[in-house]
Design a protein around this ligand. Structure first.
Ligand code: SAH
Length: 234
């Protein structure tokens, strides 16, 4: 069974976008995953096909209507659909590699892309939407966030990455940032590759990489080390 993604959006033309190329694009062609877009506006019922309205309580901007969005969700993900329903949202849980891995082992995802000021709170509750953020900044819509999430998930699907093991030594997989990488030429612009990497001594190379990963993580992301120490002492 392949991974099934359904994306609910006002801009279906944004998909598959970057995911139609390279690894994800080939995997899409090969049926390793599938992508369906649902135009939320198709579920509007009034004369103007409106999907948004002014915020209750006043203020700037517009809010996506609960009734329209719920009809789109029910169409894409009827009761009994085993896939998690995600709402891209800066208020959500920050996306982690652990959650990405979990999603990649599941049946797929239903992804709602917000626009305007966001969506009516009642549909989030009534349809059990899990809010997911891709970082502490504001995008103009959930579409780029959905592309980011799907890119991270799709590359982990079996058969997508050429080298099946290459996903295991990357940043975050061990709560550490990745070590630095080098490739030929041996000498470039007066800089040479660290001697240990060309020594052929695999134990020393592994040790050096581990030490570099720890050094970089301590310098740049001490929060990751704290999380790891806590996990180890639990
Ligand atoms: N008023 C909202 C921002 C709305 S931005 C707030 O301050 O929280 C419009 C839409 O873009 C959101 O509904 C969401 O779907 C998407 N979006 C914006 N930033 C995002 C982020 N960091 N992660 C995921 N989705 C985001």
């Amino acid at each position: 069974m392949s991974f099934r993604a359904s994306v609910l959006t006002l801009y279906p033309e944004m998909f598959p976008g970057a995911l139609g190329l390279s690894l994800a694009g080939r995997a899409l062609e090969n049926g390793i995953w599938s992508l369906e877009t649902v135009q939320i506006r198709d579920f509007a019922t009034d004369r103007h096909r409106s999907v948004d309205d002014t915020p209750a309580g006043g203020g700037a901007g517009m809010v996506m209507r609960a009734d329209v969005l719920a009809r789109a969700i029910d169409h894409a993900s009827p009761a009994g659909d085993p896939r998690p329903r995600l709402l891209m949202s800066p208020r959500g849980h920050p996306l982690t590699q652990a959650r990405v891995r979990e999603l990649a082992t599941g049946p797929g995802a239903v992804i709602v892309c917000g626009r305007f000021e966001g969506v009516d709170q009642r549909v989030i509750e009534a349809r059990g939407l899990e809010e997911v953020s891709i970082g502490d900044y504001i995008l103009s819509g959930g579409e780029p966030a959905a592309l980011v999430l799907l890119d991270a998930v799709v590359r982990l699907l079996p058969g997508v990455m050429g080298n099946e093991t290459s996903g295991e030594h990357e940043s975050f997989e061990a709560a550490l940032l990745d070590h630095p990488h080098y490739t030929r030429p041996q000498e470039w612009a007066g800089r040479s590759i660290p001697e240990v990497l060309t020594s052929g001594n695999h134990a020393r190379i592994a040790q050096w990489r581990q030490a570099e990963a720890e050094r970089l993580t301590a310098a740049r992301r001490p929060d990751l080390l704290e999380g790891r120490d806590q996990a180890l002492t639990k």
